[in-house]
Design a protein around this ligand. Structure first.
Ligand code: MD6
Ligand code: FE
Length: 161
C-alpha cells in the first residue's frame, strides 16, 4: 500500500499479519500512547459530526504524489451511528464514492486542502477511495508546510464504539 499511516487520539487504526485490521491504544513500535487529537480538530468534529460524544480515533493518511487508495468501506468500528469526519490538507486528490455494494455506480470529485467531508447515516458505509493525487493542484494557504515527498494528508475522525 502506497499510503503511509499514523494516528492520534485514544485509539489508533493499524494492521499486521498476526491480528489484521484493528484499533489499538498504543503505537506498535514505541509502545507509547498515540498523541492527543489537536483541539482544532475536536472543535471541527463538534461543529460537523452532529454526534454527542468526541471522536475516539484520528487516522492520519499520508500520500506521496503517486499514492492511491483502493475502493473500500470503513467497517472496523463497532458503532456506525457516528459519522466519520475527514479533513484534507496539501495537494488536491480525485476522491471516488459509490454505494453500499462494491459494484454500485460511483462518482468522483476533487477534494482540496481545507475541505471537510462527512460520511454519516446511510453514507457511513459507502465504498470510497482515492483515485489519484493531483500534485500540481495544491492550494497554498500560507500555513501548511508539508514534509518533502508528502503531497497530501487526510485526517479521519471516528468513534470506534
Ligand atoms: C482520503 N479517506 O481522503 C481517504 N474514509 O485520503 C477515507 O478513506 C475516508 O475521507 C471514511 C470517511 C471519510 C474519508
Ligand atoms: Fe475510508
Amino acid at each position: 500500500m502506497s499510503v503511509r499511516m499514523t494516528n492520534c487520539g485514544p485509539l489508533g487504526w493499524m494492521s499486521d499479519k498476526e491480528k489484521g485490521y484493528r484499533y489499538e491504544p498504543r503505537h506498535p513500535l514505541t509502545g507509547e500512547p498515540w498523541p492527543p487529537i489537536p483541539p482544532i480538530l475536536l472543535e471541527a468534529w463538534e461543529r460537523l459530526a452532529d454526534y454527542p460524544k468526541p471522536p475516539e480515533a484520528c487516522l492520519i493518511n499520508v500520500y506521496g504524489p503517486q499514492s492511491r487508495m483502493g475502493l473500500h468501506q470503513d467497517r472496523d468500528e463497532k458503532d456506525f451511528s457516528a459519522p466519520i469526519v475527514s479533513f484534507s490538507l496539501g495537494a488536491d486528490c480525485l476522491f471516488r464514492i459509490g454505494g453500499a455494494k462494491r459494484g454500485d455506480p460511483t462518482i468522483s470529485f476533487v477534494l482540496s486542502s481545507g475541505d471537510a467531508l462527512t460520511l454519516g447515516g446511510e453514507s457511513r458505509t459507502r465504498f470510497h477511495g482515492v483515485d489519484r493525487i493531483l500534485p500540481k493542484f495544491a492550494a497554498n494557504h500560507g500555513f501548511i508546510d508539508l514534509p518533502a515527498g508528502v503531497a497530501r494528508i487526510n485526517l479521519t475522525l471516528r468513534r470506534v464504539g
